[in-house]
Design a binder for this molecule. Structure first.
Ligand code: ADP
Length: 184
Protein backbone atom coordinates (compact mmCIF):
# COMPACT_ATOMS: atom_id res chain seq x y z
CA UNK A 1 0.00 0.00 0.00
CA UNK A 2 1.35 3.45 -0.95
CA UNK A 3 1.96 5.90 1.86
CA UNK A 4 -0.48 8.19 0.08
CA UNK A 5 -3.45 5.85 0.18
CA UNK A 6 -6.15 6.78 2.62
CA UNK A 7 -8.58 4.35 4.11
CA UNK A 8 -12.01 6.06 3.88
CA UNK A 9 -14.91 4.65 5.79
CA UNK A 10 -17.92 5.72 3.71
CA UNK A 11 -20.86 6.77 5.81
CA UNK A 12 -24.24 6.34 4.10
CA UNK A 13 -25.32 9.73 2.72
CA UNK A 14 -28.50 11.24 4.12
CA UNK A 15 -31.14 11.07 1.38
CA UNK A 16 -32.05 14.43 -0.11
CA UNK A 17 -35.02 15.56 -2.19
CA UNK A 18 -32.71 15.51 -5.24
CA UNK A 19 -32.00 11.79 -5.34
CA UNK A 20 -34.13 10.80 -8.34
CA UNK A 21 -32.04 11.82 -11.39
CA UNK A 22 -35.05 11.54 -13.72
CA UNK A 23 -37.17 13.93 -11.65
CA UNK A 24 -37.79 17.46 -12.89
CA UNK A 25 -35.69 19.92 -10.92
CA UNK A 26 -38.08 22.48 -9.53
CA UNK A 27 -36.97 25.52 -7.53
CA UNK A 28 -39.09 28.01 -5.64
CA UNK A 29 -37.89 31.64 -5.50
CA UNK A 30 -39.87 33.17 -2.62
CA UNK A 31 -40.11 36.82 -1.67
CA UNK A 32 -42.24 39.89 -1.16
CA UNK A 33 -41.36 41.55 -4.48
CA UNK A 34 -43.01 44.88 -3.62
CA UNK A 35 -42.30 45.57 -6.44
CA UNK A 36 -40.07 43.38 -8.61
CA UNK A 37 -36.83 45.09 -9.71
CA UNK A 38 -33.92 44.24 -12.01
CA UNK A 39 -32.06 42.37 -9.22
CA UNK A 40 -35.02 39.97 -8.83
CA UNK A 41 -35.36 39.45 -12.59
CA UNK A 42 -31.63 38.73 -12.85
CA UNK A 43 -31.77 36.06 -10.10
CA UNK A 44 -34.86 34.49 -11.75
CA UNK A 45 -33.21 34.38 -15.17
CA UNK A 46 -30.05 32.78 -13.76
CA UNK A 47 -32.01 30.25 -11.66
CA UNK A 48 -34.03 29.31 -14.76
CA UNK A 49 -30.77 28.18 -16.37
CA UNK A 50 -30.04 25.84 -13.47
CA UNK A 51 -33.47 24.29 -12.92
CA UNK A 52 -36.11 22.71 -15.19
CA UNK A 53 -38.72 24.95 -13.61
CA UNK A 54 -38.59 28.03 -11.40
CA UNK A 55 -41.68 29.07 -9.45
CA UNK A 56 -41.54 32.66 -8.25
CA UNK A 57 -43.59 32.59 -5.05
CA UNK A 58 -45.00 35.95 -3.99
CA UNK A 59 -45.79 36.06 -0.29
CA UNK A 60 -49.33 37.21 0.41
CA UNK A 61 -48.97 38.97 3.76
CA UNK A 62 -45.37 39.60 4.78
CA UNK A 63 -44.61 41.30 8.08
CA UNK A 64 -43.81 44.57 6.39
CA UNK A 65 -45.88 47.41 4.98
CA UNK A 66 -46.83 46.94 1.33
CA UNK A 67 -47.41 49.37 -1.51
CA UNK A 68 -48.73 46.81 -4.01
CA UNK A 69 -51.44 44.20 -3.46
CA UNK A 70 -50.66 40.52 -3.93
CA UNK A 71 -52.35 40.49 -7.34
CA UNK A 72 -50.42 43.58 -8.46
CA UNK A 73 -47.09 42.13 -7.32
CA UNK A 74 -47.81 38.89 -9.16
CA UNK A 75 -48.84 40.68 -12.37
CA UNK A 76 -45.81 42.98 -12.33
CA UNK A 77 -43.42 40.05 -11.88
CA UNK A 78 -45.25 37.93 -14.48
CA UNK A 79 -45.02 40.66 -17.09
CA UNK A 80 -41.30 41.04 -16.35
CA UNK A 81 -40.39 37.38 -16.92
CA UNK A 82 -42.89 36.39 -19.62
CA UNK A 83 -40.04 35.74 -22.09
CA UNK A 84 -38.55 33.00 -19.85
CA UNK A 85 -40.50 29.82 -20.66
CA UNK A 86 -39.71 27.76 -17.55
CA UNK A 87 -40.70 30.44 -15.03
CA UNK A 88 -44.12 30.85 -13.44
CA UNK A 89 -45.26 33.42 -10.87
CA UNK A 90 -47.83 32.57 -8.21
CA UNK A 91 -48.96 33.86 -4.83
CA UNK A 92 -48.74 31.90 -1.60
CA UNK A 93 -49.36 32.25 2.10
CA UNK A 94 -48.11 30.34 5.10
CA UNK A 95 -44.88 28.42 5.38
CA UNK A 96 -42.53 28.62 2.40
CA UNK A 97 -41.32 25.06 3.01
CA UNK A 98 -44.90 23.80 2.88
CA UNK A 99 -45.53 25.63 -0.38
CA UNK A 100 -42.31 24.10 -1.79
CA UNK A 101 -43.47 20.63 -0.72
CA UNK A 102 -46.85 21.05 -2.41
CA UNK A 103 -45.13 22.09 -5.64
CA UNK A 104 -42.60 19.22 -5.56
CA UNK A 105 -39.63 21.60 -5.34
CA UNK A 106 -36.21 20.35 -4.31
CA UNK A 107 -34.70 23.78 -3.67
CA UNK A 108 -35.40 27.33 -2.58
CA UNK A 109 -33.51 30.12 -4.33
CA UNK A 110 -32.53 33.30 -2.52
CA UNK A 111 -30.50 36.26 -3.68
CA UNK A 112 -27.67 37.78 -1.67
CA UNK A 113 -26.57 41.39 -2.00
CA UNK A 114 -24.24 42.13 0.89
CA UNK A 115 -23.07 40.64 4.14
CA UNK A 116 -26.00 42.46 5.77
CA UNK A 117 -28.35 39.98 4.03
CA UNK A 118 -26.39 37.02 5.33
CA UNK A 119 -27.39 36.97 9.01
CA UNK A 120 -31.13 36.84 8.32
CA UNK A 121 -30.78 34.39 5.44
CA UNK A 122 -28.61 32.09 7.54
CA UNK A 123 -31.20 32.01 10.32
CA UNK A 124 -34.05 31.47 7.88
CA UNK A 125 -32.23 28.67 6.06
CA UNK A 126 -31.40 26.90 9.30
CA UNK A 127 -35.04 27.10 10.37
CA UNK A 128 -36.26 25.85 6.98
CA UNK A 129 -33.80 22.95 7.14
CA UNK A 130 -35.19 22.07 10.56
CA UNK A 131 -38.76 22.20 9.24
CA UNK A 132 -38.02 20.32 6.06
CA UNK A 133 -34.70 18.44 6.00
CA UNK A 134 -33.49 17.78 2.47
CA UNK A 135 -34.97 20.94 0.94
CA UNK A 136 -31.85 22.79 -0.17
CA UNK A 137 -31.52 26.58 -0.21
CA UNK A 138 -29.41 27.89 -3.08
CA UNK A 139 -27.93 31.37 -2.66
CA UNK A 140 -27.11 33.36 -5.73
CA UNK A 141 -24.90 36.43 -5.48
CA UNK A 142 -26.42 39.50 -7.03
CA UNK A 143 -24.91 40.71 -10.26
CA UNK A 144 -22.70 43.65 -9.34
CA UNK A 145 -24.75 46.26 -11.20
CA UNK A 146 -27.83 45.37 -9.07
CA UNK A 147 -26.11 45.09 -5.69
CA UNK A 148 -27.54 48.41 -4.46
CA UNK A 149 -31.15 47.65 -5.48
CA UNK A 150 -33.83 47.00 -2.89
CA UNK A 151 -37.59 47.33 -3.26
CA UNK A 152 -37.78 49.58 -0.20
CA UNK A 153 -35.15 52.03 -1.47
CA UNK A 154 -36.78 52.07 -4.90
CA UNK A 155 -40.16 52.91 -3.30
CA UNK A 156 -38.52 55.66 -1.27
CA UNK A 157 -36.95 57.38 -4.28
CA UNK A 158 -40.06 56.75 -6.41
CA UNK A 159 -42.19 58.50 -3.79
CA UNK A 160 -39.91 61.53 -4.16
CA UNK A 161 -40.29 61.55 -7.93
CA UNK A 162 -36.86 60.14 -8.89
CA UNK A 163 -36.38 58.67 -12.38
CA UNK A 164 -36.54 54.88 -12.20
CA UNK A 165 -34.69 53.85 -15.37
CA UNK A 166 -32.10 51.19 -14.64
CA UNK A 167 -33.80 50.21 -11.37
CA UNK A 168 -37.05 48.60 -12.51
CA UNK A 169 -38.57 47.57 -15.83
CA UNK A 170 -40.65 50.26 -17.60
CA UNK A 171 -44.03 48.69 -16.68
CA UNK A 172 -43.00 48.65 -13.00
CA UNK A 173 -41.82 52.27 -13.20
CA UNK A 174 -45.25 53.18 -14.62
CA UNK A 175 -47.02 51.31 -11.82
CA UNK A 176 -44.92 53.06 -9.17
CA UNK A 177 -45.51 56.46 -10.75
CA UNK A 178 -49.27 55.78 -10.79
CA UNK A 179 -49.26 54.69 -7.13
CA UNK A 180 -47.43 57.76 -5.90
CA UNK A 181 -49.37 60.16 -8.15
CA UNK A 182 -52.58 58.84 -6.57
CA UNK A 183 -51.17 59.36 -3.08
CA UNK A 184 -49.93 62.93 -3.73
P1 ADP B 1 -38.01 39.22 1.21
O1 ADP B 1 -39.04 40.01 1.93
O2 ADP B 1 -38.28 37.76 1.17
O3 ADP B 1 -36.59 39.53 1.55
P2 ADP B 1 -37.62 40.66 -1.25
O4 ADP B 1 -38.67 40.92 -2.25
O5 ADP B 1 -37.01 41.84 -0.60
O6 ADP B 1 -38.30 39.64 -0.27
O7 ADP B 1 -36.46 39.80 -1.89
C1 ADP B 1 -36.70 38.53 -2.43
C2 ADP B 1 -35.39 37.85 -2.69
O8 ADP B 1 -34.65 38.59 -3.66
C3 ADP B 1 -34.48 37.73 -1.49
O9 ADP B 1 -33.77 36.51 -1.57
C4 ADP B 1 -33.53 38.89 -1.64
O10 ADP B 1 -32.30 38.67 -0.99
C5 ADP B 1 -33.38 38.90 -3.15
N1 ADP B 1 -32.94 40.21 -3.63
C6 ADP B 1 -33.44 41.41 -3.29
N2 ADP B 1 -32.77 42.40 -3.91
C7 ADP B 1 -31.81 41.80 -4.67
C8 ADP B 1 -30.78 42.28 -5.56
N3 ADP B 1 -30.60 43.59 -5.76
N4 ADP B 1 -30.00 41.37 -6.16
C9 ADP B 1 -30.19 40.05 -5.94
N5 ADP B 1 -31.12 39.54 -5.10
C10 ADP B 1 -31.94 40.40 -4.49
Amino acid sequence: MSVFSVNFTMRPRRPTLNDDPSARRIAVYPGTFDPVHYGHVDITRRAAQLFDEVIVAVLDLPRKPLVFSLEERIQLFRQGVQSIPNVSVVGYSGLTVEFARQRGASALVRGLRATSDFEYEYQMTTMNRHLRPGLETIFMMTSLQYAYLSSSLIKEVASLGAPLEGLVQPHVAAALAAKYARRA
